[in-house]
Ligand binder design. Structure first.
Ligand code: MN
Ligand code: MN
Length: 319
C-alpha cells in the first residue's frame, strides 16, 4: 500500500487529489476508515450542483494536517485510511441511483471499516442508510441540518433531498427513539411540518434551542438518547450559517459557526459507537471563497481525529 506523502517533503498541493492525501484503494477491507464519494444531485428541490461536492471536498482537504491539538491526537498514528473513489449513479434516475448507492456501499459497511461518505445532495443518505441496515441493522441517527428532511413527498414523488428521513423512519432504517436532529431552523411549509417525525419518536432540537443551550448541553442529550446503540452521523453543510457555508443549495441564516460544527463532532463522535457518516450539500459553484468545502473537509478532519482518539483509548494508550 502506498503511504501518504510527507507534506513537509512533498508540498500539499502536489499529486492526484485523494482526501487528505490518503492512499487510494478500491476496497475498504482492512482499513479503519474508508472515504467514498457519491456525486449525485438529482434530488435537489432548488439549486443543483452538489454532484461536484466530492471533488471539491478532496481539493479542499489538501490543506488539512493530521494532528488535532483540541483532542491531542494524531490521525496518522492511529488510523489506516483509504480514499476508495466514487460510487456510480445515473443522473436523473432517483430510484435506480438509490439502489446503486445501497448496493455499492453495503460491502463498505460490512467491511469493518467506518465508511465516510462525501455527497452529493441529501437524497443520497436514504441509499446509504439502506446499506447500513443491510450490513448492520438499524442505527441511531445523529443529524445536523437546518432542515428536518422528513417531508413525505415533493411534487407527488417520494425521493428528494427533503424526504430521506421520512423514508428512513418508515423503512425501519433508523431508531427514532434513539435519534436526534440538531439545528433545524428557518421558515417551514406549515405549522404542522414537524409533527409527523416527532410523533414517531424523533427528537428535533431546533436551532434556537441549540443557540440557547450551547454545544455541551445538546451533545450530552444526543449521547444520552443514543444509549449505546450504533450511531450514524449525517451532516448537511447548511447546518452551518449561510455566512460560513454559502456554497450550498438551500442556505439558511441564523445558523452555526464552523467552530460549533466541529465542536459537536469532537464532543459526540469519540463517545459513541459510530458506524458511518456522510457530509452532504456542498455546492462548489456557489462556493466562491472555498469556505464551504474547507469547512466540510474540516468536519471530516474532526471526525477522523475523534475516531483516532477512540482507537487510542481502546488500545489503552490513554484514559
Ligand atoms: Mn439542509
Ligand atoms: Mn438536508
Amino acid at each position: 500500500m502506498a503511504s501518504r506523502p510527507n507534506s513537509l517533503q512533498s508540498p500539499r498541493f502536489c499529486g492526484i487529489r485523494t482526501f487528505m492525501r490518503q492512499s487510494q484503494r478500491e476496497c475498504p477491507d482492512g482499513m479503519d476508515v474508508a472515504l467514498v464519494g457519491v456525486p449525485f444531485d438529482s434530488g435537489v428541490s432548488y439549486r443543483p450542483g452538489a454532484r461536484f461536492g466530492p471533488a471539491a471536498l478532496r481539493e479542499a482537504s489538501t490543506i488539512l494536517k493530521p494532528y488535532c491539538p483540541v483532542l491531542d491526537v494524531d490521525i496518522q498514528q492511529w488510523l489506516t485510511i483509504a480514499d476508495c473513489g466514487d460510487i456510480d449513479t445515473v443522473p436523473g434516475y432517483m430510484a435506480e441511483s438509490l439502489d446503486m448507492i445501497r448496493d455499492g456501499l453495503t460491502p463498505f459497511f460490512s467491511s469493518g471499516a467506518v465508511p465516510v461518505v462525501m455527497g452529493g445532495d441529501h437524497s443520497i443518505t436514504l441509499g446509504v442508510l439502506r446499506a447500513v441496515k443491510a450490513a448492520l441493522g438499524p442505527v441511531a441517527l445523529v443529524h445536523f441540518d437546518a432542515h428536518s428532511d422528513t417531508i413525505p413527498e415533493y411534487y407527488g414523488k417520494p425521493y428528494n433531498h427533503g424526504t430521506p428521513f421520512y423514508h428512513a423512519i418508515n423503512e425501519g432504517l433508523i431508531l427514532p427513539e434513539h435519534s436526534t436532529q440538531v439545528g433545524i431552523r428557518g421558515p417551514l411549509y406549515s405549522r404542522e411540518a414537524l409533527d409527523w417525525p416527532r410523533s414517531h419518536g424523533l427528537r428535533i432540537i431546533m436551532g434556537e434551542e441549540v443557540h440557547r443551550r450551547g454545544v455541551e448541553s445538546v451533545a450530552r442529550e444526543v449521547l444520552e438518547r443514543v444509549a449505546g446503540r450504533p450511531v450514524y452521523v449525517s451532516f448537511d453543510i447548511d447546518f452551518l450559517d449561510a455566512s460560513c457555508a454559502p456554497g450550498t443549495g438551500t442556505p439558511e441564516v441564523e445558523g452555526f459557526t464552523s467552530y460549533e460544527g466541529l465542536s459537536f463532532m469532537r464532543a459526540i463522535c469519540p463517545q459513541c459507537r459510530l458506524v458511518g457518516m456522510d457530509l452532504v450539500e456542498v455546492l462548489p459553484d456557489r462556493d466562491v471563497s472555498g469556505n464551504t468545502s474547507h469547512a466540510g473537509a474540516s468536519v471530516f478532519q474532526s471526525l477522523l481525529a475523534s475516531l483516532a482518539l477512540r482507537k487510542s483509548r481502546q488500545a489503552g494508550a490513554r484514559a
